[in-house]
Write a protein that binds this ligand. Sequence first.
Ligand code: ADP
Length: 382
Amino acid sequence: MDGEPIVFRRADHGARILVVDDDALSRRSVRAMLERGYYTVETAEGGEEALALLPSFQPELVLLDIQMPGMDGLEVCRRIRELPNGELLPIIFLTGDERPEMHAQALRVKGDDFLRKPVMPAELITRIRSLMRLKRLQAEIRAERDSLLDLQKQREQLFHFIVHDLKNPLSAIQVGLELLDDGDQAPDSSRPHLHRLRETAQAMGRMIQDILDIGRAEQVGLELRRMQVPLDIWIPRLIREVEAQAQSRGHGLAWECPTGLAVDADPEFLRRVLMNLVDNALKYSPSGSQTRIEARPVEGGVRLAVRDQGEGIPEPMREQIFGKFVRLEEGGPSTRSGSGLGLAFCQLVAEAHGGRIWVEDNPPRGSVFVMEIPTAGAVPSA
Ligand code: ADP
C-alpha cells in the first residue's frame, strides 16, 4: 500500500505537522510519509520536547504517540488543550496499543482522532486531510461568529447613540408645545391638535427612555433608588397625570387601594411601569371602557394590577408579549404606534425589584396586568 497514489489538496501543502514519538524508526517512517505529501514536518521524541517546540514551530496538526517514557501522549494532549487556542489544534493519536479503553482515554483528553500503528500512508493522509478541513471550517465559523458579534455590538451602540440624541430635540418640541398649549396665542380650533401632539411627544419620550433603560439594564442592570411609596396617595396622583389623556379618548379611570398601603420600590421606575400599562390599556381598549389601577397586600409583598376592558391577549401570547420588540398587531390594518418595548421594560423593572409581572384574562372582556413586588428581602407569593 506504500506506493498508493494520494491526491493532495492545495490547502494542505506545506502545512506544519509535529510528530511526537519516542521510537526513532516510527518517527522516521511517519516523517517520510508526510514529506512525500509536501507537509512540513518537525519531530519530537518526548512530551516535554513537543510542548517546548509548539511556540516556535506553531504546528497545524500534531501526531502523538500515546506510550512514551516520562510525559505520555495523553498528558501532552491535555496540556495542549489548556493553552490559549489549544482546543483548536488538531491532534491525532498513534498507538500500538489495541485495548479499546485506550481509544476512550484518548477521546476523554479531547484528542480528535486515533490511528493504530503501524499506520498506512493512505489512511494517515486521508485522516489528516479530513481533520484539517474540519478544523478549518470550525475556525471559519468561529471567525464569522466573532465578526457577527462585533457587528451586532456596533449596531447596538449606534442604535443607542441615535436614540440618545433624539432626547434633546424631543424635549425642545415638548417645551414648545406646552408653551403653545398653556398660553393664549393658540386659537381654540387648534387646541385638540396641540393636545394630541403633546400626548404623542410624551409617548415618544417614554419610548426613548424605555429603550435607553433596557440597553443599560442589559449591560449593567437597573440601579434602583428604593424608598417607601405610599400607594394610597401615590396612585391618585398618577391618575391625575393621565386623566386628560383618558378623557380625550372617552375612557374612564378608577383606582382602589387600602389606606396606608406602601411598597418598598423605586418610585420613578414604578411610575413608568404603571404609565406604560395604563397607556397600553387606553391604546388597546375601545372608547367608553374603563381602566382600573388596583393595589393590595399579598403574603410577602404588594400586588399592583391594571385592569382593562380591551381586546385581551390570546393565551399563547401572554408570555411572549414581555419580550423585546414583540407586538401582536405588527403590520395589521389598524396598526397603532408602539415599539414593542414597553412591556419588556416593565418586566425588567419587576425583576430588578425581585418581583414578577404577568397578564391574565379579565372576563368578560380585557386583560389584567399584574405586578408583584416583594417587601425588600421577601420572596414573591405564588
Ligand atoms: P407597544 O405597546 O409599544 O407595542 P408593549 O411592549 O407595551 O409595546 O406591548 C406589546 C404588545 O402587547 C402590544 O403591541 C400589544 O399587541 C399587546 N398589548 C399590550 N398591552 C395590551 C393590552 N392592555 N391589551 C391588549 N393588548 C396589549
